[in-house]
Design a binder for this molecule. Structure first.
Ligand code: HPA
Length: 274
């Protein structure tokens, strides 16, 4: 039986291939306010999501909504500048559609970034956290429903959802840069409300260090597809109840803006090292 998701993916991939001859090896999904990394690369093709069949436009401020292909040194890369979130009302199938498109375009490695609220002991706004593992508290999994065997197995292994060699590579780069970083577990929630202080205490009991509303669906879909995955959180704020300050999206985008240059330098070095 023909599968509609596969047909839609084929259409999206064919469209992108009709616009460029770049064959990307590495994919990057950039979160809120972190889109400026694109200035570091030699862009060969920029396509707004609205032009790509079956891609949803982004509705969140700070998410630009372009698929960008280009070169960084000898690496061909594809960047998704902005993502869709489950809290926007998109189905999980739509949330992971761009990730699947990148995989079918031929990438082998996927790097994801996000902004997150931090509650690790020594965390400060503006720190980075290398994601070592996650806890999915979104109440849904993007692979629910009939398995699409062309994309991956029914029961994907998640033992090393975040590639160990990529975690070590990221750590070395932060050490060389002299930049504050942490390693830890990212807890994914659906949002769109920020957490209550009680919820943050609960996440801490679970062993988490950061909380956010994205990334995990894409990481699950990418592991299903057999991609090598690395992910990084920008700790844009201390999570609810850790400081007395109220949380706002403005604080999130402001902090992301402040660390944007450091982040861009980090990402450039990481891609050169891979
Ligand atoms: N909670 C959830 N998601 C977030 C946060 C937060 O504190 N900061 C940025 N994204």
């Amino acid at each position: 039986m023909k599968n509609l998701v596969l047909d839609n993916l084929t259409e999206a991939v064919s469209f992108i291939r009709s616009q460029t001859s770049t064959k990307p090896q590495i994919g990057l999904i950039l979160g809120s306010g972190l889109g400026a990394f694109v200035d570091q690369i030699q862009v060969t093709c920029k396509i707004p999501y609205s032009a790509i069949p079956h891609f949803m436009s982004t509705t969140v401020e700070g998410h630009q909504g372009n698929l960008i292909l280009g070169q960084l040194g000898n690496k061909s890369i594809v960047i998704l500048q902005g993502r869709n979130h489950y809290y926007e009302g998109h189905s999980m199938e739509s949330v992971v559609f761009p990730t699947r498109t990148l995989a079918l375009l031929g990438i082998e490695t996927l790097i994801l970034t996000n902004s997150a609220g931090g509650f690790g002991d020594t965390m400060q706004a503006g720190d980075f956290m290398i994601i070592e593992d996650h806890i999915n508290l979104m109440g849904i999994n993007p692979l629910m429903g009939p398995n699409i065997k062309e994309l991956g197995p029914r029961f994907p292994d998640m033992t090393e959802a975040y590639d160990h060699s990529m975690i070590s590579a990221m750590e070395k780069i932060f050490q060389n840069m002299g930049t504050r970083y942490h390693k830890g577990i990212y807890c994914a929630v659906s949002g769109p409300t920020y957490e209550t202080p009680a919820e943050v205490r609960y996440l801490k009991l679970l062993g988490g260090k950061a909380v956010g509303m994205s990334t995990v669906p894409e990481v699950i879909a990418a592991n299903h597809l057999g991609l090598r995955v690395g992910a990084l959180s920008c700790i844009t704020n201390l999570a609810a109840g850790i400081s007395r300050q109220k949380l706002s999206h403005e604080e999130v985008t402001e902090t992301a803006k402040k660390v944007e240059q450091k982040f861009s330098n980090f990402m450039k070095t990481l891609i050169e090292t891979l």
